[in-house]
Write a protein that binds this ligand. Sequence first.
Ligand SMILES: *Cc1c(COP(=O)(O)O)cnc(C)c1O
Length: 364
Amino acid sequence: MFVEEYITKLKPYEGGKPIEELRRELGIKGEIIKLASNENPLGPSKKAIKAIKKIAESVNLYPDGDCYYLKEKLSNKLGVSRDNLVFGNGSDELLELIFRTFATKNGDEILYCYPSFVEYKIIGSSFNKKLVEVPLKGFSYDIDELIKAINSNTRIIFLNTPNNPTGTIIKRSDIERVIEATDSNKTLVVIDEAYYEYAIAEDDYEELLDLYKKGNVVILRTFSKAYGLAGLRIGYGIAGEEIIDYLNRVRPPFNVNLVAQHAALAALDDEEHIRRSVEVNRAGKEYLYREFDNMGITYIKTYANFILFDAKKDANYVYGELLKRGVIVRSMAGYGYKSMLRVTIGTPRENEIFIKNLREVLDV
Ligand SMILES: *Cc1c(COP(=O)(O)O)cnc(C)c1O
């Protein structure tokens, strides 16, 4: 079957290893903990679970293609109009929708810093776009170099704050500089805030929401991380009305499923669950920092629910040894960080199991 060469060159996305896959592959009988995909270790809100059970009886019906009630609730919560919101089958789908809507010309360039969220690269390659990568400087975005790389072909700029996999943030003034350096008729600036709920709990994280008013800005957030609904696939974008209108023309009609809509509605009502999730994350972060310090391991200060750390040994080796012990994390060797790994902050118990096994593997 004929396919274009750029398709044959694509590599499928490699996510965190699923627990059942590890059990099958290594025949591990005991407990397996997954700290690899930045999922909420407390699980979903009880209110969301209740809503999911209730709506299960109605899944013979198509969902509301407009997400009417969800839009209503979220627009009230955020203080934006419903015309400033779009929902997706995960924020991943919104990334793809943004490409399909705006990066349509031959020669369009996509600009982002690297390492950052791999989907910018994967989706960009799948649309055969020229990817311009600006290396991080000391694990943070190099805004001066990013701005220098903007040209008349730049169609989409991705800014990920906090940045996955480093956990670092971009200053609001730097984001404003990027927006000012763009031609608002030509270049869309996407601010991916997948870890917003964790970041905003920190004193020095600056609110970015109002930047959607700039007109060529989309802010992406998700129910997959702090809200604990990754398995249902739902995220949202906040943007000017014109951008939202274009995205809605390209968006598949029933892209957000019925169960996800009801679960997200209930999850938005459970602020206590978010508060607890953020608190467990903060305590887990402090515990892991302390243990890393005790072990002489260096790490990057995080604003999210994961930590990038330097094992000072081959990261793939450390990853493999942890796997054998039933602990799934992420090796960052593929990102060029040869001795670094990313661990999701888990429950207190998961964090202790991770540290115990890491000590064993590193012999410290
Ligand atoms: C997890 C993650 C997302 C994807 O979230 P979904 O809504 O589950 O598709 C987007 N961006 C970043 C940076 C992430 O880490």
